[in-house]
Design a protein around this ligand. Structure first.
Ligand code: HPA
Length: 277
């Protein structure tokens, strides 16, 4: 069996397992990034499955990420939530790390909402801002669709002219305005491979190529979701803002603390958004 056939069989086995476990199909896939696992506490009627119990699921190697799949409802919508994601810097290929998204997309969800913690590059941003993703730049030297295309899953050359759904962006920005949330931004996310953080020269470069925030995730998952035909909405918690002319050390503890502090605002926004969806 070739590599893609093996991958396909694994995806199908995991999807079959989850279909047997949960009778109701999720409408929305929710990916909870660094510091955002607390969103899980807001799910109604949650059912939890550790990743380790799901056939072929990867294992998280990062302590700031739990490893659970949750099914439940949020604002009345059926959600499959990934509490803990996988990153390129952990050693996974882009295809391996997007395995959960591929599996959940097979269960019939029509939308994916992805969150992450990111570093601000736009000097107008403040730490603790929420940035809705308008677009992305992939600097991770891999693509989850590299290799033989499985036509049943999506097209060989998926269009990314509107990777982040413009209507969903308008709606969530309208929700933020309605709630009167401060520091709401809409910008471009650039994904770097990590795990080392940016040098001042790299920060300057990432800003010059058009990015407003930088992180080490999200783009591979978005590519798979778009390939599978899901509408995508992305939101970054801007945990720190990097000034290349006065670069301060970027500390993981501070990223997590700031993200957790901002998570409450994100939860309010998402609950309102899901209610109105
Ligand atoms: N750089 C990259 N990833 C990040 C950062 C950053 O400054 N902050 C949070 N995730």
């Amino acid at each position: 069996m070739n590599e893609m056939e093996t991958y396909r069989r694994r995806v199908e086995e995991a999807a079959t397992f989850l279909t047997a476990r949960f009778r109701e199909r999720p409408e929305i896939i929710l990916i909870m990034g660094t510091g955002l696992g607390g969103l899980a506490a807001h799910l109604d009627n949650p059912q939890t499955i550790p990743y380790a119990e799901i056939p072929h699921f990867p294992r998280s190697t990062v302590t700031s990420h739990a490893g659970n799949l949750l099914f439940g409802t949020l604002g009345g919508k059926r959600v499959a939530a990934l509490q803990g994601r996988f990153h390129y810097y952990e050693g996974y290929s882009a295809r391996e790390l997007t395995f959960p998204v591929r599996v959940l997309s097979q269960l019939g969800a029509g939308m994916m909402l992805v969150s992450n913690a990111a570093g601000g590059l736009n000097p107008a941003y403040a730490p603790g801002s929420l940035m809705i993703l308008r677009d992305h730049i992939n600097l991770i030297p891999d693509n989850p669709l590299r290799g033989i295309n499985i036509d049943a899953w999506g097209p060989r050359f998926p269009d990314l002219s509107a990777a982040y759904d413009p209507e969903l962006i308008d709606r969530i920005m309208a929700c933020a305005a309605k709630l009167g949330l401060a520091n709401m931004e809409c910008g471009v996310y650039v994904a770097i491979p990590g795990p080392s953080l940016e040098t001042p020269a790299e920060t300057r470069y990432l800003r010059q190529i058009g990015a407003d925030a930088v992180g080490m995730s999200t783009v591979p998952e978005v590519i798979v979701a778009r390939h599978a035909g899901l509408k995508v909405l992305g939101v970054s918690v801007v945990s720190n803002v990097n000034d290349p002319d006065n670069q301060q050390p970027i500390l993981l503890e501070e990223i997590i603390a700031q993200t957790e502090q901002t998570a409450a605002r994100l939860v309010r926004l998402l609950l309102e958004f899901f209610k109105e969806l």
